[in-house]
Design a protein around this ligand. Sequence first.
Ligand SMILES: Cc1ncc(COP(=O)(O)O)c(C=O)c1O
Length: 419
Amino acid sequence: MTNHNQFLSRAAEQMKESAIRRMGSVVASARDIISFAPGYPAPETFPWTEFREIAADLLSGEDPGVLQYGPTRGHRPLLGAIAGIMSHRGITCPAEELLVTTGSQQGLDLVARVLLDPGDVVLVELPSYTGALTAFRNVQARIIGVPQEADGVDLAALDATHERLRREGQRVKMLYVVPNFQNPTGLLIGLPKRQRLLEWAARRDVLLVEDDPYRELYFEDSTTEADVRPIKVDDRDGRVIYLSSFSKTLAPGYRVAWIAAPAPLVTKFEMAKQAEDLLTGSLDQRVVYEACRRGVLERQLPLLRSHYQHKRDVMEQALTRELADTVRWPAPKGGFFLWLTLPVEIDADAMIPRAIEHGVIYVAGEAFFVDHQAANTMRLSFSAPTPQRIEEGVSRLAAALRSEIEASVRIQKAGTSRP
Ligand SMILES: Cc1ncc(COP(=O)(O)O)c(C=O)c1O
């Protein structure tokens, strides 16, 4: 048999399967596991009827472009609709500054390919979105983490890290942040800090990559539209590469998202995209455009906010009831995720087999770090399971955690009683 490993590129040798995808296959292979692992939108919120009508209209055969190749930049009317969305967010975006991408995940891959050489430094919040870490790793960038505070990345630590790297002769190319309801922590970067981050990036001559898929999903009991103001709104000198997506507001299966960035960079992203997929699916782009034009997206947003807020409430209430004195978490004010810190002696990754035994699964926090920190953390996603499943899942998680704690106490006792 041919040894295929000898043919792998250095980059491919280092590729690892995402922990989140791995958890997905656990769920697929086992019966009655309640999954808090993947950040999937709730399928019951998809506007099925409208999508059916739109697809039927598009597939009538009247417009041959629907199933044809098209411009890499994106379907022109959709680019117009995206410019409208950006303007609603406070960002003026001429056509030459926009590119439709196949999910924001492709946007991250393009950013990495176009801007990072092997060994280039990219700074990330800790913990940080695994998909971005993977994109940066695939181009063999050097990823350095900076801790977060309750209102986002720690600016003093950020600057100290930059200074240390500068002294070592390392050029920091970019800082990657998810300011709104971060994946995995659910944290929101405070408004003053957004401004200071932009000033910092200018002072240190670093690009800011602002990844913003959850912006529309703010929970109205604790957050307003003013709190989710993109950093890019105040970007006067082309510092910010902004990414957003229709995955969490319409449906992720369409894989339609966008990058807004200075025109010279967008031109390069477009060239890199040509080698990846030529263009994002024509039918997908048109369905999304029609959903914007017919007002489907606009009608969806308030429904999604209250849907996910309710699920967040159910998860928090269940956690408070079952585990209040054992775990802690920052209250999510939007988005899909809740970040749990367990007792320090518990390793969430090592606990996975016990969790599966109890019929529940999550993503161990380790996956979101760059150097295996915070083993006693986990990400719970409340977006996809029904409220009843969330309640039941938290009970199962609590049972698994209690039995893990008992086991660790037994091990400690056995250790101390040894002569
Ligand atoms: C922070 C963040 N960025 C990007 C993505 C990728 O989204 P898309 O479906 O648009 O590829 C996700 C998906 O979960 C995400 O959480």
